[in-house]
Each structure stands twice: as C-alpha cells, then as structure tokens.
Write a protein that binds this ligand. Structure first.
Ligand SMILES: [Zn+2]
Ligand SMILES: [Zn+2]
Ligand SMILES: [Zn+2]
Length: 167
C-alpha cells in the first residue's frame, strides 16, 4: 500500500515536471521522463552509469549518449542537479522546499560523509556574496557550485547518542 502511494506521488511529481517543461516550451519525452523517474526513485545522488544500467532494464541497447542527453535536458530544466563532488545526479528538492524553483536556480548541497545523504538548500544570499566577491576580482562567473561536506543532523544525533552510551 505504502508503495502504491509512493508510486502515485512519483507519477504526480513527473506530471508536474512535464507541465514545467511545457511552460518552458520544452517537452518531457518518454525517455526523459524515464530517466527523471530513475533519478527521483534513487532519492540519493546517482551516477550516469548506474542510471544507464537501470535504463537498460526497460530499454535494451540504451547507450551512454542517450542517458547524457536526457540528463543535460533535465539539468537545463532545473529538474535535477549535478553533485560535482560525487559526479552524480539528484532530483531537485523543490517539493521539500515549499517554494518554486526556476530553471538554473541557485542551489547548494550539504553532503554527509557518513551516510552519504545529500540535501539541497537554496540560499540566494550565498550566491550573491560569491558573485560580489568574484566581481571585486573582475571575474565573470558562468556557473557556481557550492558543496559542503560534513555530517547530517541525523548522523550528528547518532554520534551524540553513541558517545552518551559509551560514557
Ligand atoms: Zn533545486
Ligand atoms: Zn548522515
Ligand atoms: Zn529551494
């Protein structure tokens, strides 16, 4: 039952993504939708080759360029992001943020070194501060990536519990 509900939520999310693309004058083709579904299903950053493996379950003969082209499209639409540190892709957490994300919206990642969870935050002030610092150097930015490694709140809590037990 829970799984059916998750499926429904996923399909609703995919429908919303299709509507977003349409608003941008683009089309979420069946292949793009399939790749987006796999990225969202993973819940955590997933590499292009892992995606290709999964895609081959549904589409025999799917080749790397097929996946890369679909990923490029989804990136440009702001539906997924690339986590450079992990060389992997993750679905945009627009729903979790409760506000609208445009295409190419500013986003930053918090990567937990212990459990591997990756959280998206989008703090416009961070981007503005970096841009101002770059401008002072006469630097013209094309793309900004902010990725922070550390421990997520859950792992911090687990570590604190462990210490308490040990003490
Ligand atoms: Zn995002
Ligand atoms: Zn963690
Ligand atoms: Zn956000």
């Amino acid at each position: 039952m829970a799984e059916a509900k998750d499926d429904q939520r996923l399909e609703a999310q995919l429908d919303q993504a299709a509507a977003t693309c349409q608003r941008h004058g683009a089309q979420l083709t069946e292949l793009r939708r399939q790749v987006l579904r796999l990225v969202l299903q993973s819940g955590q950053p997933i590499g292009a080759y892992a995606l290709l493996d999964q895609l081959r379950g549904a589409r025999r003969g799917a080749a790397p360029p097929t996946v890369y082209r679909a990923l490029d499209f989804l990136l440009a639409q702001g539906l997924i992001h690339k986590v450079e540190r992990l060389n992997a892709f993750i679905g945009c957490d627009e729903a979790g943020h409760g506000h609208a994300h445009g295409p190419e919206h500013p986003h930053q990642f918090l990567i937990c070194g212990q459990c591997g969870s990756t959280a998206e935050i989008c703090d416009p002030a961070t981007l503005a501060a970096l841009k101002a610092a770059a401008a002072r150097q006469g630097f013209v930015p094309h793309r900004t990536m902010v990725e922070m490694e550390g421990l997520c709140a859950r792992c911090v809590a687990a570590t604190a519990d462990g210490n308490a037990t040990a003490a």
